[in-house]
Each structure stands twice: as C-alpha cells, then as structure tokens.
Design a protein. Structure first.
Length: 407
C-alpha cells in the first residue's frame, strides 16, 4: 500500500479538528462585541479598541509558558485545560463589574488561546505522517477559519434573542464542548528511548533556543513577516473601504467575501505542499497577497475594491497552514512543544507588529503608503522563504542539546 493510501484524515477528524472548529466559533462569536462591551462599561472609543488587542497580547506573552505546559502535561490535557480556562474567562467577561475586570477577562482568553493553538499544532505534527503533514495542518487552519467565519453569525443570532452578553455565554458553551471533545484526543507517546533504553530528558527552553537559533534567525524572519502581512490585511480592508466612501455594511460584506474565498483553497494548498514542496505554496501565497495589497490604493470603486479584496483572500488561503507546517518540519522530535513555543512567538510578534507599523506609516505619510509598505513586507517574506527554505533543510532538524527539565 502506498503511503498516501495508508493514512486518512477522516480517521482523526473529530478529535483533531472538532476542538479547533469549536474554538473558532467561540472566539468568532465574541470578537465583534468586545469593543461594544467595553463601551457599555464606560470605556472611551480608543480604550474600547485597545480591548481587542489584549487577545493578541495575552497570546504573545503566553507562548513560551504554553510550550512548557504542553511539554509537561501533553497535548491532550493542554487542550482540555485551555478550553476550560477560556470558558471561565468568558464567564468572567459576562459578570465583569468594571472595565479593569473586563480587560483581565479578555487578556485571559488570549492566554488560553495560546495554549490551545500550540497544543493542537504540536499534536497534529506528531500524529500525522510526514507525507500528509501539510494537508493535515492546512486543514487545521481551514477548520479554524470556518469556525471564525461561523462564530459571528451564531453570535448575532443569540445577541438578537438575549442581548450582547449572550455572545460570551455562546463562547463559553463552545469552549466547554471543546473541552469534552478534547478528552477523546489519543495520548501521544512523545518521549523516545535512547540507545540505552532510557527516555531522553525533556530539553530546556534555553537549549532549544540555542540549538535552533539559526532557524529562528533565518526562516523565522519569514514567519514573522507572514504574521505582519496577514494581520495588516484585516486593517487594510476596513480602512480602505471607509476611505473610498463605502458604508460599514458594504465593507463588512466585502471583508466576509474575502474570508469566504480564503476558506475555499486550504486543502488544495496543503496537498500542493505535500506533493511539490513548501516553496510551491510559500512563494505564490506571499506574492499574490502582496500584489493584491499593492493594487488596493489604486481602487476607487466598490467593484475594483471587491476584486482586490477577493485576491487577498485567495492569496491568504493559498498559505493556509504554511506557518504550522514549516514549524512542524523544523521541530525536533524531542522538544517539539518548546520549539513551537518560540515559533509561535515569532508569528505573534509579526501579528502584533504589522498593524502597528501600518498605523505609524499611515500617520506619518498616508494610508496608501502604509498599504504599500505592507505589500513590501510580503515581498520580503517571499524572498526570505525563497532563500532560506532550501538551505535550512526541512524535515531534518538538527539534534537537540539536552538541558534538563528547566525552563
């Protein structure tokens, strides 16, 4: 039997993808109302906007602790604990008496999300054979996108029936179900015996950072740039729609259609990566997104803007799972979770920094200049991928220097 015929994603669909779908629904349900809830608690417009960024801040600062927790307790229990943590944080958001407590709740949701996202990536990286890795991880990214797409619509239904706070109850319910589904995830035997038959010591965070520093400083730069471009597109579309006079409803529809195109191509992209290599997707993904972003400032009508936004969605969809797949390629068999903690830290740094840099350039020059700068970052990312991926040897990570079980 050929390797392609000996493994099927369907056999692990529920435990592998069910929690991610529910996570996407839970987070998607609350994203549209976080700022509104902050306003209801007396926050200014600027402070309300800041509340949304706390999700990313919580994730960013928790990546390293998340990797340590996952390495210590395993992917299954990390998923369960993170789901319960997020559900509890949702309850806290509902009962928050003031903006300070509400901000804490949002930050805690981001923290739990970091553990959840790292554990699910680590699990599939180990559970799926190499020849199917990109398809599995691209599907993981696609399932998360589907959940994020469905979440706001489900939230809108319950908000219409029971008010804004019901979105958080929906999110809490989704996370509680995710915790139950995560209990079905099979345990992974991560530790492999050495030549003496002993299980190797769990490597420290310091040893992982040291032994893989050239990967973080080469292909990792490309991962950071990918995060920056992807996060910036979520700002570019609403801002440019507003700048050409489109109302909020029209811009939201265009944003949604861009996301719908994004979801259509995740599996073909993963299959292409598995069959033709990572560069077959990495370069077109970033090139198409950069080209679409470059065209945005030239659009002055709804139709032109829509076509450019759809092209952005297509480009981003082509790159579904690329960050997780490359992380899995370079991660060592022992110390995988620790490696991925640093990997996600790079990605999240780009996610936080991209929109901030766009904002600075827009304030200093113009929105068009900010968008073109973002397109330039995408081309730099494509160049980094083209230069470094063949040279750092995916699927052949260097040996880990054991540093005990410290941090």
């Amino acid at each position: 039997m050929r390797p392609e015929e000996s493994f099927s994603l369907r056999r692990i669909a529920v435990p592998a993808y069910g929690p991610s779908l529910l996570y996407g629904v839970g987070q998607g349900a609350i994203l549209p109302v976080v700022a509104l809830s902050a306003r209801d608690l007396g926050a200014t417009v600027a402070l309300a906007a800041l509340m949304v960024t706390l999700l990313g801040v919580g994730s960013l600062v928790t990546n390293i602790p998340a990797s340590m927790l996952t390495a210590r307790f395993g992917e299954k229990w990390a998923l369960v604990a993170a789901s319960l943590w997020c559900a509890a944080a949702m309850f806290l958001a509902v009962v928050a008496p003031n903006i300070t407590v509400f901000a804490l709740a949002v930050f805690l949701i981001g923290m739990g999300g970091s553990v959840f996202l790292l554990a699910r990536q680590s699990y599939l990286s180990e559970a799926v054979p190499v020849h199917f890795r990109a398809r599995a991880l691209s599907t993981l990214g696609g399932v998360h996108r589907i959940g994020m797409f469905l979440g706001p619509f489900a939230g809108a239904v319950v908000i219409g029936l029971a008010g804004t706070s019901s979105a958080y109850w929906l999110g809490a319910g989704a996370f509680l179900v995710a915790a139950v589904v995560s209990l079905t995830v099979p345990e992974l035997e991560v530790a492999r015996p050495d030549r003496d038959g002993q299980a190797p010591a769990r490597p420290s965070m310091r040893s992982i950072a040291s032994s893989h520093r050239h990967i973080y400083l080469t292909i990792g730069i490309g991962i950071l740039l990918i995060g920056a471009v992807r996060a910036s597109r979520n700002v570019v579309i609403p801002l440019w729609g507003d700048s050409i006079g489109l109302d909020a409803a029209t811009t939201s529809v265009i944003f949604g259609l861009s996301g719908a195109v994004d979801m259509l191509v995740f599996y073909p992209a993963g299959k292409l990566m598995d069959l033709k290599g990572r560069l077959a997707v990495a370069i077109p993904f970033l090139t198409v997104m950069s080209g679409a972003l470059f065209l945005i400032p030239f659009t002055t009508t709804m139709l032109g803007f829509l076509l450019a936004a759809l092209l952005i969605g297509l480009g981003n969809g082509l790159g579904s799972g690329i960050v997780m797949t490359l992380g899995a390629d370079y991660a060592p068999p022992v110390g995988r979770a620790q490696f991925l903690g640093f990997w996600r830290l790079l990605s999240d740094t780009g996610i936080m920094g991209g929109p901030a840099l766009l904002s600075l350039v827009t304030a200093a020059v113009s929105l068009s200049a900010g968008i073109w700068m973002t397109a330039g970052l995408g081309l730099l990312g494509a160049a980094a991928m083209a230069y470094w991926i063949p040279r750092t040897g995916p699927l052949k990570p260097e040996p880990v220097i054991s540093g005990g079980t410290g941090n």
